[in-house]
Design a protein around this ligand. Sequence first.
Ligand code: FAD
Length: 460
Amino acid sequence: MADYQLIIIGAGLSGLAAGIRAARFGLKVLIVEQHWQPGGLNSYYVRQGHLLETGLHAMTNYAPPGQKRAPLNRLFRQLRLSRRSFPTHEQICSEIVFPERTLRFSNDPELLTEEVSREFPGAADGFRRLLKTVREYDPFAPAPWRSARRFLDGVLPDGRLGDMLLLPLMVYGNSEEEDMDLGQFVIMFRAIFLEGLFRPAETIKEFLDMLMAHYTAFGGEIRFRAGVKRILRRGDRVDGVMLHNGERITAGSVLSTAGIPATADLADWKIDRSAHRGKMSFTETIYLLPGHRRTSIRNDRTIIFFNHGEYFAYRCPGEAVDPSWGVICFPGNFKGLPGTDPFQVRLTNAANYEVWKEAAPGEYEMMKERWRERSADQAGKIIGNFRQDVVYVDTFTPVTIERFTSKAGGAVYGSPVKLKDGRTPCANLFIAGTDQGYLGIVGAMLSGVTIVNRHLLRQE
Ligand SMILES: Cc1cc2nc3c(=O)[nH]c(=O)nc-3n(C[C@H](O)[C@H](O)[C@H](O)COP(=O)(O)OP(=O)(O)OC[C@H]3O[C@@H](n4cnc5c(N)ncnc54)[C@H](O)[C@@H]3O)c2cc1C
């Protein structure tokens, strides 16, 4: 008899959610995580007494507790977590800033509609048609790839409006360069513009602690510093995993959240590497400033998506970083959050993994400093000079992302080709998380739940 009914590779948000769902239904489950703490891309670390979140700008898919059918509340029900005892703070207002054009949006979709009519009066009808498609389209039905850019060109008379709408949707979830699949566009549009942005009242640490406690209360087991070296395969089935220390653990099924390329390597399943290689990666710099700087910088915006170029080029830059567009996030600017000291500013830019990877150790630190300056200069054009009195600064690069999550090339959003049904060539090996096609924190968790429901509970 196998040691476990299910082994889950990875204690990121998809792995934890899958674990809770499976354990809740009585499956004997083990999560194996290579690191010493959970969270994956969305984790935390402590520097100079400050807890810093690694991924969290905002959670998407906001819904107040009463809305039963909303994805966020469905997720909580599926995990048997109380949505009412999960206090949240909605965004104040976010903004997309292009040369001579701005669009504000909040968790009330009407604001974006009004802003589109104000900046692009001739596009009001087209935008209404776009909204209709977004509401009616089924992004989860099996369908060939369709170009979101071509769709936007067909409904909107002004290409700049399409570019402005694409910036937040791409930077928060698109693994392809230049264009995105229409289904993915619809998922992200609903998650960000129709449902909206929020954050938990506490930090990602308390959220992860809550998920861990819930998982273990259902009898789920977890092992940290337990990296999987191989998925044990026999023909078109798998028997379990072998850890880096040589230990073998057997299981009826294996669910991997390590992404398609890493899982294919572990299970010796042949894939077309070039098709699965995500190129989009990022640098992010966290600045901590004295609390009183909040009012002198911005206290009326949660996130600013900016682009200084004439067109928006979502692609891997030729140099280490592309500072000409990016995201400025103020994690302290959510409705009802008490003013924090220090005040945090996060700055995200597209980055080139190869350039960072090739840097020698001393050069790597110098590159960080150099690009930090250039990137802050560009962001400063929008929020002014925010670099006086910096208490603490830290930058992570595509190499950091690869080191901490095993995502090849630091590709945050995984493979451009997704496995929407979570199936692999091995009958009892499944994929969940980013490479199944749901994105962000809420998406990753929904993915974990969906794959367990679809493939693992039905077998029992
Ligand atoms: C800079 C940045 C900012 C982001 N901002 C936001 C945001 O504001 N809002 C939002 O909703 N989303 C955001 N995201 C995206 C979000 O973090 C991810 O979509 C989500 O966390 C993915 O979860 P996952 O479980 O699918 O994958 P991961 O978090 O990558 O989890 C996979 C886990 O598997 C483990 N693993 C891999 N290989 C092995 C192995 N061989 N053996 C054992 N364990 C293994 C890894 O260590 C990792 O813990 C951001 C991401 C980044 C990088």
